[in-house]
Design a protein around this ligand. Structure first.
Ligand code: ADP
Ligand code: 5GP
Length: 197
C-alpha cells in the first residue's frame, strides 16, 4: 500500500466487495477526490443522495444531490426508498435504494459518499461492503479546508467541526484509511480498492 494508506491488509481481488463506502469529516476532501477520480474514470458510478440541505452555488439537482423538501424526505423514508439515511449538521441525507441495487445486481462497482452514521448502517445491512475512511493530514488542515471552502457560515462550520471530532474518533471502524494529502494519490488508491484499475 502507498504511504497515504493505513489500516488492515488489502482484500484480495477475487473477494473484493462491489460496494464501497467513502466517509470522512466534512471538508476533508471527499467530493474533490471523487470528482478527480471520475474525471479520469467516468465509468465509476457514484450514488446521488437525496438531501434537505439547500444547494451551494453551482450545485445542480440530480448531479451533486437530489435536493428535496422535508416533506419529500419524509415520504422517501416512509416508503422505504432509502438504503440508509442520517441527519447531519441539521439536514437529512439518504441513499436512494433502487439505483444502488440495480448497479450491484448488474455486477458494477458502486461508490457511496456518506457520513459515519450512514456507513455504520450500510455495514449492518451489507456486511460485505468495503468501508474507506478519508482522513485529513492534521486537524489544523481540516479546519483550514472547511473554512477555506467558504460555503458555510461560521455556525455551520462549528457544527461540522463538532461532527468531525466524532467521525475522526471512529476511524478504526473502517477497513482502510486514506490520508488526503494528495488528491491524485488518494483517487488512485480508491480506484485500486474498488478494483477499477
Ligand atoms: P468534503 O467533500 O469532504 O466535504 P471538499 O471536497 O469540499 O470536502 O473539500 C474541502 C476543501 O478542501 C475544498 O476547498 C477543496 O478544494 C480542498 N481540498 C480537498 N482536497 C485537498 C487536498 N488534498 N489538499 C488541499 N486542499 C484540498
Ligand atoms: P455536504 O452537506 O457537505 O454535501 O455533506 C455533509 C455530509 O453528509 C458528508 O459527510 C456527506 O458524506 C454526507 N452524506 C451525503 N450524502 C449522504 C447520504 O446519502 N447518507 C448519509 N448518511 N450521509 C450522506
Amino acid at each position: 500500500m502507498a504511504a497515504t494508506s493505513r489500516g488492515t491488509t488489502p482484500v484480495p481481488p477475487e473477494s473484493r466487495p462491489r460496494l464501497t463506502v467513502l466517509s470522512g469529516p466534512s471538508g476533508v476532501g471527499k467530493s474533490t477526490v471523487v470528482a478527480h477520480m471520475r474525471k479520469e474514470h467516468p465509468e465509476v458510478w457514484l450514488s446521488v443522495s437525496a438531501t434537505t440541505r439547500r444547494p451551494r452555488p453551482g450545485e445542480r439537482h440530480g448531479v451533486q444531490y437530489f435536493f428535496v423538501s422535508d416533506e419529500e424526505m419524509d415520504k422517501l423514508i416512509a416508503n422505504g426508498e432509502l438504503l440508509e439515511w442520517a441527519e447531519f449538521a441539521g439536514n437529512r441525507y439518504g441513499t436512494p435504494r433502487g439505483a444502488v441495487m440495480e448497479r450491484l445486481e448488474a455486477g458494477e462497482p458502486v461508490l457511496l459518499e456518506i457520513d459515519l452514521q450512514g456507513a455504520r448502517l450500510v455495514r449492518e445491512s451489507m456486511p460485505e461492503a468495503q468501508l474507506v475512511f478519508l482522513a485529513p493530514p492534521s486537524w489544523e488542515e481540516l479546519v483550514r479546508r472547511l473554512t477555506g471552502r467558504g460555503t458555510e457560515p461560521p455556525e455551520v462550520i462549528e457544527r461540522r467541526l463538532a461532527a468531525a471530532k466524532i467521525e475522526l474518533a471512529a476511524e478504526s471502524e473502517f477497513d482502510v484509511t486514506l490520508v488526503n494529502t494528495s488528491v491524485e494519490d488518494v483517487a488512485r488508491e480508491l480506484l485500486a480498492l474498488m478494483d477499477v484499475v
